[in-house]
Design a protein around this ligand. Structure first.
Ligand code: ADP
Ligand code: MG
Length: 767
């Protein structure tokens, strides 16, 4: 098969949209998003093969990829250790063995004794002489390639040779005229001080990257520092900035209710009623939010703050701004447990202030009884519910707001693109034309996240957002001590739990995350639950759950897996049960929480834990977000090596919320070799070394790249394919400025540029 690109006329063409039948490789092209000529032209090689020169065996080193020509002197099929074709090749300087485990009669024919062939592959040394496994073979004497041969990212259904041809013809057909105005290119040229000579044009850069000449530095191509790469990366970043800036400007053109604050209004009343004073950081972000809400343009703001930094109260302040101005506010959380916690907290803070106004806080979730739900929907539709708290039930069809002015999304990165788009359109309906004399408009949007976005990411993927940061924890927190321990020290950890519980403290134990199987997750958690129940209650003999607690449908919902000592669950939840239990030699209550449990059971377990009745809570990662139990002082994470860095940080943030000294134990299970993988080790080291969420996020970005941070954006939005935020900060800075001026002065070019780079994917960036 010829390895050099065929002429354009005979080469495959990506099938036109709607074409009746696609061949397998054509389908594969589509799957890779290679639909238009420009998509192919922008599909750049991963690496290159050098077929431009021949070497001799005498000059070649072991381990090198070589291209040699020689004569076949021997051919045999050997059956040991398994069936293989062995061919001896003599190039005049030395001999080597060509080895094929899969081969066809055609191989035997081409490699007949006496044939002169050109082979290419990795030369290996060895006890029995040098060999090349599965070399590519063609007749000797044909012309050598004049450019390096590109190797493209591809898929199993798409042969490299087919893709190469497709790219050659795509490159030839694509319109590659410059979209970036000359003045901006001039500026780009100046940001590349190492560059000699003029900037490459887009066409030159692409031609070069697809088919670089033989004398180019492979290192500069591989680390993407070559001027051609710089040019491409700059273009890519510009497209990203343009699309985000466009989304931002489109939003800026929309109307939203301007929420004015009057002196002595609800926000001031809330501040006065809170049991604590806001931190300086909380006050600052509240001011930023208030300034946005006062404008007749929809806010689109991300509030980021480390776990425990106090975002909920900021949300409450924002809600009072909306409610005080006579509007409704919705708060949406990703899980029912979290939504319920918010609900409890917000009711406590807000209901005393709302009652005199004849307003209420409503509650919406998927698991709600029909009757209650209908009641809530009526409250929302009439406007009596000034604040609506819930899960994504808040954005379902039946929900009709009377006058929604502000939507708050907690843990926004946990929501998918579809949910976010649904929210936006829901919010649009929320404001009836004419309400408060407004014409059709949109509510303000506040997104909250405990995963801080590193600066470079905020500047690139989140460029369309305004960001507020709470960079300070409330006073009186004690730092969390983090220990990394091997699973072999499990007994010590259990002892430590016993001590904590005896002191009246509470403990979380988070079980392994095994992505492939929820069932295994569950059985691990169940086993650990049994183990801890037994170990912590050894004095009492085997522990039996209270048999009266059976079906959730009869009477109050109670956990069947949590071991419940007393029937009073819905009653007063005094702190100190755990302490008295331990001291009075009463059993230690160990609860279990996992995602497969019915919601009612989850809630019952959670309320036992947050009420202080339960000493230990064994959980899969359902507690990951948001739960707030200040009396919990020890977090044990089993198989910590399987969690991501930000996830570990979030989990750790569940403790250290009260005044008690808190600790986090990261237990890992070494692999068979008694070792831990490199990235796992790096993660655990980072956790032990710092508790600063921003530092953690920065290291996570280093270890794993940007995908983790993008949450919702990740699934639909084009990640940067070429630019690397770690090394291309200078190009990003250029792209940010260039995007502003291009949108102002050359909007048509800007649109063309975005279409070229992002095609249909640009829409996702608006979610
Ligand atoms: P997160 O930012 O992780 O959502 P929360 O809003 O749950 O944090 O707040 C964590 C805890 O800190 C809560 O118990 C909350 O009531 C408390 N808190 C928030 N702000 C302050 C403050 N300024 N002073 C004291 N405690 C505060
Ligand atoms: Mg929170």
């Amino acid at each position: 098969m010829p390895e050099t690109p065929a002429p354009a006329e005979t080469s495959p063409k990506p099938a036109a949209a709607g074409a009746p039948t696609l061949s397998a490789p054509q389908k594969a092209l589509r799957k890779l998003g290679l639909v238009r000529d420009i998509d192919l032209a922008l599909h750049l090689p991963l690496r290159y093969e050098d077929e431009t020169r021949l070497t001799t065996l005498a000059a070649a080193r072991d381990g090198e990829v070589v291209q040699i020509e020689g004569t076949v002197t021997q051919q045999e099929i050997s059956y040991r250790p398994r069936r293989q074709l062995l061919v001896t090749l003599d190039d005049g300087t030395d001999t080597c063995t060509l080895r094929f485990f899969t081969f066809y009669p055609s191989h035997q024919k081409v490699l007949a004794v006496g044939a002169r062939v050109r082979v290419r592959g990795e030369l290996r040394g060895g006890f029995l002489g040098r060999s090349i496994m599965h070399p590519t073979v063609k007749a000797a004497g044909s012309e050598l390639a004049t450019a390096l041969t590109p190797v493209y990212p591809t898929s199993a259904q798409l042969p490299q040779a087919y893709l190469r041809k497709a790219v050659v013809s795509g490159l030839q057909r694509a319109a590659l005229d410059e979209t970036v105005p000359a003045a901006l290119l001039q500026h780009l040229r100046q940001t590349l001080p190492g560059l000699r000579g003029p900037l490459m044009t887009l066409r030159e850069a692409l031609q070069f990257l697809h088919h670089p000449g033989p004398d180019v530095s492979l290192a500069a191509l591989e680390d993407r520092s070559h001027p051609a790469w710089q040019r491409l990366k700059a273009e890519e970043l510009l497209a990203q900035q343009l699309s985000q800036l466009t989304a931002k400007r489109e939003r800026d053109a929309l109307r939203a209710p301007a929420l004015a604050v009057s002196p002595g209004g609800l926000p001031e009343q809330l501040l006065a009623a809170l049991p604590f004073a806001l931190t300086a950081a909380q006050r600052r972000v509240c001011t930023e939010i208030a300034a946005d809400l006062a404008r007749p343009v929809p806010m689109h703001r991300l509030l980021q703050g480390d776990v425990g930094s106090g975002k909920t109260v900021v949300a409450a302040m924002a809600a009072t701004l909306a409610i005080g101005a006579g509007w409704q506010c919705a708060l949406m959380a990703p899980t029912e447990i979290l939504a319920e916690q918010h609900f409890a907290k917000l009711i406590g803070w807000l209901e005393p202030l709302l009652a005199p106004l004849g307003k209420r806080v409503a509650w919406l979730t998927g698991s709600q009884k029909k009757k209650q739900r209908a009641e809530m929907l009526a409250l929302i539709a009439s406007g009596e519910a000034a604040l609506v708290v819930g899960t994504h039930a808040v954005i379902q069809d039946q929900v009709q707001f009377k006058q929604l002015a502000l939507a708050i999304i907690d843990e926004q990165h946990r929501f998918g693109v579809a949910q976010r788009l649904a929210l936006r359109s829901k919010m649009g309906e929320g404001i009836a034309p004419g309400a408060h004399g407004a014409t059709a408009s949109e509510p303000h949007l506040l997104m909250m996240s405990a995963t801080p976005i590193p600066r470079t990411l905020a500047m690139s993927y989140y460029a369309d957002l305004d960001v507020s940061t709470i960079d300070e924890l409330p006073p009186g927190r004690t730092p969390i001590v983090t220990r990394v321990l091997s699973d072999s020290r499990r007994q010590e950890v259990i002892e430590r739990i016993r001590v904590q519980v005896a002191e009246g403290r509470q403990v979380y134990w988070v079980c392994p995350l095994i992505e492939e199987s929820e069932v295994i997750d569950l059985s691990n958690a169940t086993a650990t639950h049994a183990e801890l129940s037994a170990a912590l209650n050894r004095a009492h003999g085997p522990f039996r759950p209270d048999v009266s607690l059976s079906k959730a449908s009869e009477g109050p919902a109670l956990p069947t897996q949590g071991l419940v000592p007393s029937p009073s669950v819905e009653g007063e939840t005094e702190r100190g049960d755990v302490a008295s239990a331990a001291q009075g030699d009463a059993p230690v209550l160990v609860g279990l929480l996992h995602s497969r449990m019915p919601v009612a059971e989850k809630k019952a377990v959670m309320s036992l834990f947050s009420g202080g009745h339960m000493g230990v809570l064994v959980s899969t990662t359902v507690i990951e977000v948001g739960v707030d139990v200040p009396n919990a002082s020890l977090m044990v994470i089993e198989h910590a090596e399987r969690f991501g860095l930000s996830q570990l940080h979030q989990l750790r943030g569940r403790v250290g919320r009260g005044a008690a000294a808190s600790a986090c134990v990261l237990m890992y299970t070494p692999n068979e070799g008694g070792r831990l993988g490199e990235t796992a080790r790096e993660r655990l080291r980072a956790m032990a070394e710092t508790s600063d969420g921003f530092e953690i996020a920065r290291r996570d970005l280093e270890i794993r790249g940007p995908g983790e941070f993008l949450g919702a954006r990740q699934s639909g939005a084009p990640l940067l394919r070429f630019a690397d935020l770690a090394t291309d900060g200078h190009l990003l800075a250029w792209a940010r400025e260039a995007a502003q001026s291009m949108l102002d002065q050359h909007p048509a070019q800007a649109e063309k540029h975005v279409a070229r780079w992002l095609g249909t994917r640009a829409e996702y960036l608006k979610a």
